[in-house]
Write a protein that binds this ligand. Structure first.
Ligand SMILES: [Zn+2]
Length: 318
């Protein structure tokens, strides 16, 4: 673990400290001390561990500092083999949404099945709509029992050797967890065909997620349109789609960012993609409206229950 003085995306030293988080939970401390032995800085004092939230003034990236190292991640995310399928139906809407978005931008006349990689794809549920017409590949720290037709390629980009070049790579809700998002994107691009597309989805973390974090092991990057745009730009991708949208889901409803880029030598953008700055997005009152109804309230079961309670109160139902 290491406290960094430069932005992990654009390398700028102009970092503003937005907040300080102090962890006192014994389990967290024990875990962190295990990792801390690998760093030469002392971040722990009197049984508490300090983390900072930094905001890069150049590219708009908000992130947790200190950063974990690859060695730390080997401890945090042990590779497990999990012999169970995840319920595909549960993620059906999410899978179709990704499929539609990719199909909009990837139109091909290839004489073979295009190759598609889901980076951080858990049990492969997002690849489900692609199974018929694509060659499907998946990477994840955990190895699940995958549906027939999906090939497991390893834990992370270090396991890719450039032998297989993909036409499409997507990574949904992964980059908010990784210590070096720029390295992940650059490594993925090395395994992408010329004119191939890369699609990334992350939560709109810049809004308020960084304000209260229960553990330093979950999300460590808090993106905005500006910072995800800059991440794609420094990776030499031509950006063709960028959008902030609210997504209803049982597990994690909230604002998400979708970005798609092409690997191309012609880097001139016909139509320049506009983005909102981190500060603009942080201060948009509008984004807070659906959050009031978030989580439990938005769960259909709970809505049903609430509705029943109201009817009971009104004595319509007994
Ligand atoms: Zn930066």
């Amino acid at each position: 673990m290491r406290l960094v003085n430069n932005c992990p995306i654009c390398d700028s030293e102009k970092l503003k400290r937005l907040k300080q988080h102090i962890f006192r939970n014994q389990n967290i401390i024990n875990y962190l001390s295990m990792l801390q032995s690998m760093s030469n800085e002392s971040l722990m004092s009197k049984n508490e561990f300090k983390f900072y939230i930094n905001h890069c003034q150049k590219c708009g990236f908000i992130f947790l500092n200190p950063r974990f190292s690859e060695e730390d991640y080997k401890i945090i995310f042990k590779t497990e083999v999990i012999n169970k399928n995840i319920d595909v139906e549960r993620y059906f809407i999410r899978a179709i949404r990704g499929y539609k978005l990719i199909s909009k931008y990837f139109k091909h006349k290839l004489p073979y099945k295009p190759k598609i990689l889901d980076y951080g794809g858990v049990s492969g549920y997002l690849l489900n709509p692609f199974l018929k017409n694509y060659d499907c590949y998946l990477m994840d720290y955990k190895k699940y029992a995958l549906p027939k037709g999906i090939r497991y390629l390893g834990r992370n980009t270090d396991d890719l050797n450039g032998k297989i070049k993909f036409n499409i790579i997507f990574s949904i809700r992964v980059l908010e967890h990784v210590n070096d998002p720029k390295k992940v994107i650059k490594d993925l691009i090395l395994n992408l065909n010329q004119n191939g597309i890369i699609y990334v989805q992350v939560p709109l973390g810049c809004l308020n997620e960084w304000k209260s974090i229960a553990t330093p092991f979950r999300h460590i990057n808090f993106f905005s349109e500006e910072s995800i745009y800059n991440l794609f730009k420094v990776s030499d991708l031509k950006i063709i789609h960028l959008k902030t949208a609210f997504q209803l889901s049982k597990e994690a409803p909230g604002w998400k960012l979708d970005i798609i880029g092409i690997k191309t030598l012609k880097n001139k953008e016909k139509k320049k993609i506009k983005y909102k700055s981190t500060n603009q997005q942080r201060k948009r009152i509008f984004y807070y409206i659906p959050l009031i109804f978030r989580k439990k309230t938005l769960n259909p079961q709970n809505i049903k229950k609430k509705f029943k309670n109201i009817l009971k109160k009104l004595k319509i139902l007994n």
